[in-house]
Write a protein that binds this ligand. Sequence first.
Ligand code: TMP
Length: 336
Amino acid sequence: MEKIHELYEGKAKKLYSTPDPRLVIVSYKDDATAFNGLKKGTIVGKGVINNKMSNLLMQRLEKMGVPTHFVEELNERETLVKKVSIVPLEVIVRNVSAGSFAKRYGVEEGIVFTKPTIEFSYKNDVLEDPLLNEEHALALKLAREEEIALIKKYALQVNEILKTFWDECGVTLVDFKLEFGRLYDGTIVLADEISPDTSRLWDNKTGEKLDKDRFRRDLGGVEEAQVLVGTQLVGVVGTNTVVGLDNHGIADHVGELQSILQTLHQMVTGSGQTGLGVVLLHGGLVLDLVHLMELGTGGDVELGTQPCVTHQPVLVVGLQPVDLAVLEGEEGHSPE
Ligand code: TMP
């Protein structure tokens, strides 16, 4: 399915028409904004992670009974989705106090709620997305009563599914924002995206923020946090190998690491792709990352003093300072 016209450019995505009037293509950008566009930046690789993550989550939700706009992932940044008219409500579900909730009610972040909360805001940039209740939404004819009831039901269902999912990844789902749309026949489906841009995700051991708050609050490490979250996600759905090492002593785990690199190598050569293999280190955690950039092949890689058999250049990315520097292949490709 090919793109025809650009229909719309938003803060983080573009939308294109296709030959089928009921389908559109969404393309994820690396642009990031916060505070209704007042703060602008670029998070390298964000579009790729958000595309992949949103698609994986939407497919999982769909399987578990929540209808979504997802049709097919076309490439790293682009996905075919059903065309909807967006219900102009931002639906925010919270499990833990944070962000505007903590600020508005004068409480600290991190209070775990006994029941999730749902709130709506009116999706309107000029008015800066004001909060509103169901009666306001009805008065403004933003949605019908049955639609609001269905949206709330789906939002709570999404929360239960995602909370469990993230918990298995060692991540607390603090809060998130959903948007729903109407298909041509009026059916309500989950639309937009579910990603670290639209969710708060905290490492459940360290409390570290793994989401767009790193960008909103200038916490640094934005790209690494995005990559980490994306990688954990890919691991759990089993499309790739994730091996956790339980301490920082890489030398004790060279065998495991070698096997990761071999898998990576097979993946690359098996799929006929040439590219860059990426190993992500987070403390003592070694994660095998999927994204293979087209940089050509490199030579063997040295890991510390231990040679690892891979014919790809390997980039080591550390979220925390790690004792390993960036490793390059024999031919000296430096990863971009
Ligand atoms: P908040 O605490 O700032 O109201 O944000 C609640 C959640 O909604 C948080 O996970 C981030 C997400 N969100 C968006 O996706 N888009 C937005 O414009 C805002 C303000 C929040």
